[in-house]
Ligand binder design. Structure first.
Ligand code: OAD
Length: 246
């Protein structure tokens, strides 16, 4: 098993209050593609302008819907990995460990995490594309095109945040409060390039929190983080879980 730096082990043994911020890399080992990795990232193969904007949905709802259905299928075929399981175990008491994710795949919840602040929405919810406020949860990828909204005349769209859209206000507030209340902030599997999520670790550093980054590759955060653990999340998080729980 991975050996963590001795000083980090000592900090973990004091059972600091944790906040964990995750990105797509945490689900990579479950077979869910990340966004920005050079060869197999989604944005290396697909155009975000054609698939992940409100304009794309208005111009071609079927194309957008098909792409999200394909992503639901990928997630459905995958299983939570060791990273998701460790995070869920760390967060059994949400008052001691808060979870904030940019991921829309629901894999943390499938691993048993109960309270997860979702900054970018969830693939398994769909909502009215206009303003009537209708939202529903689905369990299957679904067939056909975007269903009609049962409440008004619009169509349903995936309940995810698209480029050019604001993050849900409550989720952002909850994320800030998780960071503020934590002693240690663990940032796992994110390129730290998409704001405002990427500002959370920076705010944590300003507040004097210990910031631990887990990512096999360097990101803009790596040189500033207190600890940069250059390992897959499925190795680093179980090691951190062992030290924190024991
Ligand atoms: P990115 O694709 O930008 O970054 C994924 C990161 O995960 C990269 O830095 C990889 O090095 C790292 N990584 C890969 N495998 C890993 C592993 N096994 N363990 C740990 N890290 C690993 O994904 P995000 O940062 O999540 O937004 O992207 C942020 C947002 O951009 C997404 O939520 C999405 C996207 O556009 C929306 O859809 C709104």
């Amino acid at each position: 098993m991975l050996t963590l730096p001795v000083s980090l082990l000592a900090l973990l043994a004091e059972r600091p209050k944790l906040a964990i911020l995750t990105g797509a890399g945490v689900s990579a080992e479950s077979g869910v593609p990340t966004f920005r990795e050079a060869q197999h990232g989604l944005w290396a193969q697909f155009s975000p302008q054609e698939l992940a904007t409100p304009e794309a949905f208005a111009n071609n709802p079927q194309r957008v819907w098909d792409w999200y259905r394909w992503r639901r299928e990928l997630v459905q075929q995958g299983q939570p990995n060791a990273a998701h399981h460790s995070i869920a175990a760390l967060a059994v008491q949400p008052s001691q460990c808060a979870l904030v994710t940019q991921n829309v795949d629901g894999l943390l919840q499938r691993a048993g995490a109960v309270e997860v602040t979702e900054l970018h929405g969830n693939l398994w919810r769909q909502r009215c594309a206009k303003t009537c406020g209708y939202v529903e949860t689905v369990e299957q990828p679904g067939a056909g095109g975007p269903p009609p909204c049962p409440n008004c005349t619009a169509q349903l769209r995936p309940d995810v945040v698209w480029f050019g859209e604001a993050l849900p206000e409550q989720a952002l507030q909850d994320a800030m409060s998780a960071i503020t209340q934590a002693d240690m902030v663990i940032v796992a599997g994110t390129s730290n390039l998409v704001y405002p999520a990427a500002s959370l670790p920076l705010q944590a550093l300003k507040m004097g929190k210990t910031v631990v980054e887990i990512n096999p590759e360097q990101t803009p955060l790596s040189s500033q983080a207190d600890y940069f653990i250059a390992t897959p999340a499925s190795e680093a998080l179980p090691a951190m879980q062992n030290s924190w729980l024991n």
